[in-house]
Design a binder for this molecule. Sequence first.
Ligand code: 0GY
Length: 304
Amino acid sequence: MTAETDKRIVSWHSHPSKPRFVPPAGAVDAHCHVFGPMARFPFSAKAKYLPEDAGPEMLFALRDRLGFAKNVIVQASCHGTDNSATLHAIAASQGKARGVAVVDPAIPEDDLYRLHDGGMRGIRFNFLKRLVDDAPKDKFLEVARRLPEGWHVVIYFEADILEELRGFMDAIPVPLVIDHMGRPDVTQGPDGADMKAFRRLLDSRPDIHFKPTCPDRLDPSGDPWNAFAAAVAPLVADYPDRCIWGTDWPHPNMQDKIPDDGHIVDMIPRIAPTAELQRKLLVDNPNALYWADLVGDAVPPPAS
Ligand code: 0GY
């Protein structure tokens, strides 16, 4: 942490609007985070940003306001490999949250199973240099080979290193989930080079999922993020069984362009215009990845 980053940052909207779109019953916000509370869960000494507290009560209040039933909480880089804050939030959710951990690749097997018992169902490999000091592919592969059954790997990278990561991703022996579609340049449109490369990745194996998320990060034209909608809707239409969606609250590092979460939710019908697509994106696909043990109990029947 440098002197300039010592001030704690607020990157989320204090009064998000109520979305017009009403998510289907059982909808999952499958990409969000918690920060702290710092007094109980200090941030990592290696954190690249120092946020204000955004704990589970705030997350669950937002979940209810936006009309979601459950959350998948992704361990944020500011907490490093200490997953206590995320585990605390999952425990506080009373069964309505599961998570994705960030681990030291040398983590003992017993600790992986403890994370499983705490509601984790995957680990995240982050390749963004502005967020992490290093991303050791060889060590990542080793831990990916000894994950508990049913887990997957979430990968966060930017479009310019997609090709470089292809061999690494091919070697991961469990399903993959790609954060924010690998951050394509959405202004190139649905047939731009970045989207084409991402489609090639999806076509390379059937067990890669993706998050058509973060219009606020990916579309420089700003809200209502028309370039994002135009570039992403065809991807969701063509890969309806392979996408999951999330708000990205509390929007780490977006303090200069804080999005209104209600507007983020209103992007859903623009990228998934039918009830069937919405059910897959928000209910079926995330439940299969994160609540596979309960699928059948937890997933409501398709809307008629
Ligand atoms: C995201 C994106 C970002 C941050 C993190 O773990 C994190 O700190 O994921 C980012 O700054 O692009 O998905 O939350």
